[in-house]
Structures are given as C-alpha cells and as structure tokens.
Write a protein that binds this ligand. Structure first.
Ligand SMILES: [Zn+2]
Length: 562
C-alpha cells in the first residue's frame, strides 16, 4: 500500500483537482486483485466503467462491502450487470458490485420478496437509507457470472456523487503491475486534402520498429500539412495474460506537448463517444482499436486533459521534426514511440470520388429518407460530420450504408406493412442483419396504427422484415413428468427461440407464480425449492414462454414431493 502511494505521488499524471482517499476503502475480495479488465478500457460502444477482478474461474466467492454504508440500489437483469448491488458510503462515494451469483442472506430475502411481489426475476429497487445498512467488512454478496459477463469475475466500480465513475485504483487498491504498455500499430491521419503522409491522403499505416528496450521507433515518414496520429496499445498486469487498457496518453512535437488524456473518470452520458475517439471504421472492419491522438468535431469526452491544436501537428516543407507518444499504465510504467518526420511539400490533384447515387447527410439537420414502403429517420447530430451514404430499399431489405460511420443518436427504421395480411403482420419483426451470415437479429419492434412497424438502431447497416411463426422450445433438463422429486434442490429447463428470441417466461406451481432465474448464456431457467413456496405432495407445474412477436409455448408436468 505504501509503495502504491509513493508511485502515485511521483506520477506526472497528477490527479490535481481531486484528492481521492487512499486508505478509506478495503478490497471487495479477500484474494489478491488480478484485473481481467481495467477502468475505461476500450469496449464496444463504451469505455469500461469499472475494474474487472478475476475470481479464480469460480463463482461463489465472498464479496465484502469496501466500507460501511447502506444498500442504495439493487438491480437484477438478464443482461448488463446481471445481479448488482450499490452501497453508498458516508464519504459520499458509492461502490458497485456486478455479475453476482446471489446476495448475502438478509439482502437475498429482501430481493426475493420483491421478485415474488412483482412476479418478475428482473427487478430494481432503491432501499431507503435505514433499510439495509451494512457494516465494515460485511459480506454482501457472492461472486458470479450473471448478465453480460464472459466468465466468472467481479465487476467493481466506485462512483462519485455526480454519478461519475472513477478508476478504483485511485482509492489505493493494490494491484501488481511491472509491465509497460505495448504497441501493436501506429497510423497517421491527414486532416484535409492539402496534407499528405508518404504521398497519401487519409489514414496511412506506418511501420513500427521495436527497439532493443521496451520502446518503439517508427520508420521515418515524409509529410506535409496538418496531420495527426493514432496508436493501438494495451497494458498487461503481472500474473495475467489479459490485454487490458492503458491509463494515459501524451504526445510531443519537437518537445512541445500537443495532447494529453487520462483514463481515470468519466460520465455515463459521454461513454458512447468512444466511437469518435477510436477509428470506428477500422474497428468495425478489422476489430483494431486505433486510439486517435487528436480530437475531432463533436467529441466531448472529458478524458482529454491538455490539447494544443486539438492534438494535430503542422509539418512545413524542408523540416526535420520528431513526434513522440508516451503511453503509461496506472502504475507509472511507460512506453515511448518515436516518429521521425521529414517535411516534404507535396501537391496532388484532389481525388475525384464518384458520389452519384449516394445520399448526402447534413449532420446538423434531421433527415428523412423515403423509398418504397420504408422511411428512415436520422435525427439532427446523429452523424458527427456530413457524409455521403448509400441508401437503397429492395424486397423489404433496407441498405443503410455500412456500419463504418459512428452515430451519436439512434436512427429509426419504419416499414409500411399494409401489403401484408393482418395475421402475418402480427408475426413480423424488424431485424438487423448481422455478420457474414446475415443473421436476422431482433430489433425492439413497435406496432403503430395504420400498419406501421418501427424500430430504432444504434448503428448503420442492413435491415429486413422477418416473419417468426414458431413458439419457443421448452425442455426439462433435470427431471421427468410424474416423478417424485423430494431430494431435488432445483428444477431446470432449457428454453430457446429461433429468429425473434425469448421475450418473457412465466412459471406457476399449483397456480401460484414461482421465481425462475433466466440465464441467456446457457438458455436455462432455474427454480430453487429453497424459495419454500412448494408445500404440497402433488404439484402441477406450468411454464409458458413467449417470443418477441408473441408466439407462446407451454410446458406442463406433475411432480411429487414430501
Ligand atoms: Zn466489467
């Protein structure tokens, strides 16, 4: 702990505005903290809001409150954080613990009572200050893998009173990290048609050369005009192979600082702008996360600390310059990338791009695109900048460009389906066609009067109308009809649905609602006899599962218990 304090103190990334208490909070676990994900690391459409802590590939580890306080929020959901609990502490910070398998007994009873009262596995509650107090070192829950989690781990956050999420390591949690960040790609970007890098305009991949030490050189470039750079970089902690996020980026042009950002605090409202920070097209087409070391229009991220000319450099003719990138992790390990630049005046006739048949989008204006039975609405400022896009409708398929331009706001896709029979309209949904196989992924489809279907999407892409006429499939996983189940702890079911997907499920025993926990990753529903709602010898179980367009299937069985 002492060592950590010293290294923070020495770091040039001074946390000057806010002093975070470094000895107020304990660890939420009683095993060493090995991160499988770091704060603000780069995820799809968001920065990671917390620290992911490994739980030895197991579930059920004790989760401790990091200090005394009270339970201010509990949420159980199929996706996202799964089972999550929020503890608010006397110093004003709130700690968040996600993907839990269950809560400590008192809290678990409180949650189950709500679930039975609302007849829903998914619940959210905001207990009053004096309802569920927790003492220092109290166990509040058990680690798990619920929600959108790729394996057992604890998702852990600390938020301030403005609901901003903060790097938990700033509060003195102890993590070992002696490895410097590493770099796997570097790119130059020309700002306009009068700037060039190695004779080219646009994004130019540069050749990275690893030095004998941990740092990197880049093969010298010829450039002219206003240019920026982008870097692909990750960090690793000791004892883990995970490619995690870095903590800071700085750049220097001939020794002058041009750009600085750190990854220590952000608001949820800004997190989607990660699509502006990264090179969205390269992420979507090649899964490469290039972090741009310059800031473009509409990017309001608060992670930027110091900018000169938005991070761009101006290269004049017949000059020799050096551009340097400093990449740091939280523990102050650093990696440098050096780019020698030869200023070389170039002029080229502007590329003539053929934009016939393209649709021009004025970023600052709302746009309605109409063709055949389809209307697409693009709200003002959905695009960061004006763009030519492809738009075409044929056979109920909407081609709305490709998902290579980031959106700040969702677009709405509307179909007039009056050419369909009424009975068919009920079974239609709007799908986004995903991947090479064009899988028809369900979009939340609303039915308006006048036979209009509407859905919103957070990305450009291809959309289609799909008909789903089949109900979900239900099967019992661990029991059979008309059997004695006296020694059973659980009843387990597998539920799946082709096309539109599962919307809801409802189980009763002897006509009374019972709690089924749904795990979408394994397509299972689980009932726990420890809920103590089954007291009869002969029991009639009924399970109804409904898909997203309203097709239902029913499973019924009789079982006995004593
Ligand atoms: Zn996480």
């Amino acid at each position: 702990m002492k060592f950590l304090y010293v290294s923070l103190f020495l770091s040039t990334f001074a946390f000057s505005q806010v002093e975070y208490p470094t000895d107020y909070f304990r660890s939420p676990l009683d095993i060493p903290i090995i991160p499988s994900g770091t704060f603000a690391e780069l995820r799809t459409n968001h920065f990671h809001a917390g620290l992911d802590i490994k739980t030895q590939q197991r579930e059920g580890l004790n989760i401790y409150t990091i200090a005394e306080g009270y339970v201010s929020r509990i949420k159980v959901s199929h996706y996202g954080y799964g089972k999550v609990i929020y503890i608010t502490h006397p110093n004003g910070y709130t700690s968040v613990y996600g993907h839990l398998s269950s809560y400590a007994p008192t809290i678990e009873a409180y949650v189950k009572a709500k679930q039975y009262q609302q007849e829903s596995y998914e619940v959210e509650m905001f207990p009053a200050v004096d309802e569920l107090k927790v003492n220092a070192d109290e166990i509040i829950a058990y680690s798990g893998n619920t929600g959108s989690s790729g394996g057992p781990h604890l998702h852990f956050e600390i938020r301030d009173q403005q609901e901003r999420t903060i790097n938990p390591l700033l509060f003195g949690l102890d993590v070992q990290d002696r490895k410097p960040p590493f770099v796997s790609g570097i790119y130059a970007y020309t700002k306009d048609e009068n700037s060039f890098v190695n004779g080219k305009n646009g994004r130019v991949e540069l050749r990275l050369i690893r030095n004998k030490n941990k740092d990197y050189n880049v093969e010298s470039i010829d450039a002219y005009g206003t240019i920026g750079f982008g870097v692909i970089s990750y960090d690793q902690q000791d004892l883990a192979v995970n490619q995690n996020g870095i903590n800071g980026l700085q750049t220097f042009f001939n020794g002058h600082k041009k750009f600085e950002m750190d990854f220590n605090r952000f608001s949820f409202s800004e997190t989607r702008h990660i699509n502006r920070f990264l090179d969205y097209e390269l992420y979507k087409t090649r899964r490469s996360r290039i972090q741009k070391l310059f800031v473009e229009k509409g990017n309001v991220l608060s992670l930027y600390k110091d900018l000169d000319n938005d991070g761009y450099v101006k290269v004049a003719d017949s000059t020799a310059s050096v551009y340097k990138i400093r990449i740091t992790d939280f523990h102050g390990n650093e990696t440098w990338v050096t780019v020698p630049i030869n200023g070389k005046k170039m002029s080229k006739p502007p590329l003539s791009v053929d934009n016939t048949n393209k649709t021009y989008i004025f970023a600052e204006q709302p746009t309605n695109l109409n063709e055949k039975n389809v209307n697409v609405f693009i709200p003002a400022n959905s695009f960061y900048e004006d763009a030519f896009i492809d738009f075409k409708v044929s056979n109920d398929t909407v081609y709305l460009h490709k998902d290579i331009i980031p959106l700040q706001k969702n677009v709405t896709i509307q179909y007039d389906v009056s050419n369909y029979k009424d009975s068919d309209i009920d079974k239609l949904y709007i799908a986004e066609l995903i991947g090479n196989k064009q899988y028809p992924s369900y979009l939340n489809t609303k039915r308006l009067e006048n036979k209009i279907l509407t859905a919103s999407s957070n990305a450009l892409g291809t959309y289609a109308l799909v008909m789903d006429t089949q109900g979900p499939k239900i099967s019992a996983l661990n029991f059979q009809d008309k059997k004695w189940l006296s020694n059973y702890r659980y009843l387990k079911f597998k539920i799946t649905d082709d096309l539109s997907g599962i919307s809801n499920y409802r189980a009763t025993i002897n006509g009374k609602w019972v709690l089924m926990e749904y795990e979408y990753k394994t397509n299972t529903l689980t009932f726990d006899f420890n809920d103590n709602v089954v007291n009869d010898t002969k029991n009639e179980l009924k399970l109804v599962v409904t898909d997203n367009v309203g097709n239902s299937s029913t499973f019924e069985a009789t079982f006995f218990r004593k």
